[in-house]
Design a protein around this ligand. Sequence first.
Ligand SMILES: [Mn+2]
Length: 506
Amino acid sequence: MASSMASPPEIPMELHAMNRSKVLCALRHRLKSSSRPLHGFVILQGGEEQTRYCTDHVELFRQESYFAYLFGVAEPGFYGAIDIASGKSILFAPRLPDEYAVWLGEIKQLSYFKEKYMVSLVCYTDEIADVLRSHYGGPGKPSLFLLRGLNTDSNKFSKPAEFEGIEKFQIDLDSLHPILSECRVVKSDLELSLIQYVNDISSEAHVEVMRKSKPGMKEYQLESLFLHHTYMYGGCRHCSYTCICATGENSSILHYGHAAAPNDRTLNDGDIALLDMGAEYHFYGADITCSFPVNGKFTEDQRLIYNAVLDAHNAVISAMRPGVSWIDMHKLAEEVILKSLIKGGILLGDVEDMMDQRLGAIFMPHGLGHFLGIDTHDPGGYTEGMERPKVAGLSSLRTIRELQEGMVITVEPGCYFIDVLLVPAMKNLKTSGFFNQEEISRFRGFGGIRIESDVHVTANGAENLTKCPRETSEIEAVMAGCPWPLPKGPIDASDTELPKDSIGFH
Ligand SMILES: [Mn+2]
């Protein structure tokens, strides 16, 4: 019977009260610096429950992320406001029909939400305009600061709040989004402790999956083991994103696991597995990738590519600290990987020339990492006026910012053998000379390796929140039955040959 060293923590609602004061403080500062009055309201509309197409099948609700950040409300159909003058926060709950009590349970009193969510006042959503006007102490029409802005990962816009009577207010659509997004970039200690918790339970689940993987299984069984562990022992009902459980050559498909490629391949002896899976707890998520051989022993080729990626992962984390440019970290990862491929005899020539020709992007077409928090791709990667780089590889970066204390960012270098990139590069006159054609042919169909950890930028360095086996020796030991974390002292190979049943993994 599997068990867990982590257990679901109490949910700290003061986390959201602190988020509100942070946003209020930043907004007041902005208003003051442009000589605008410190009156009006921030108002956000929470998420609505959705049904499946034309049916009455209700999808499991997950709160909209900006609303979750400010109010921590789990239920659908709410609005939330912050009074800029007084700092008071007001929640608006939907007025539920009497039948709700028959089908969906007790209709909660407003006082229940006031206590649960630590706000100054709770009213109904059909009272928004009246309540806001009655709380307004300033002259003229009260201003409303609504959330409208571009998500630079999806290219979609957030939806500004709409409610009856909104025309009686002065609308500001531009001020809030950049301020709120920026507040989400730097994490508080309470946010960090939730992100640490989802990392702990997700790391543990990855180890559980590693231990149970063997040839003959299906990829979806690995997904199922992960989901079971994080829900059963971690109380994580949601995961941060759809699990990517790619094995064999699927491991070079960057976003494998979608409906058209549903983690349904059978694992073969000798395959590499690339598992990108993360749990979510009280809106905050983990984003972790482990790569390992499904039979528990790295081949020489797998070890070469794996260590190239691990060296890049470790070099980046060692170099991370406030003030460091993320573009430089991306290039550092590319350089470490290219140097390893040269050393391994797969590439020929000078690493500087390869960097000039952007050869790194052939093997790692995605960006090095992204902000992480309530969203897997947390906002704030590009601030106003920042433009995406145009060149290959760097154009995939979800942020190009300098690191700052309190940021949480994923470090996820990878090395993949993707035919649609590799074949043209091997033919291109500018890059063909870099390839040892004989050696690289062995890697066609190899798939790829990614190692992804969630890293907190500290005052003078960085702290890795992810606690998975990373060295090849650690992975082999854990897959052979060693406990994790490994007992102190050198790994003794004879200890690792215990049959799995004898130490209770089933
Ligand atoms: Mn990621």
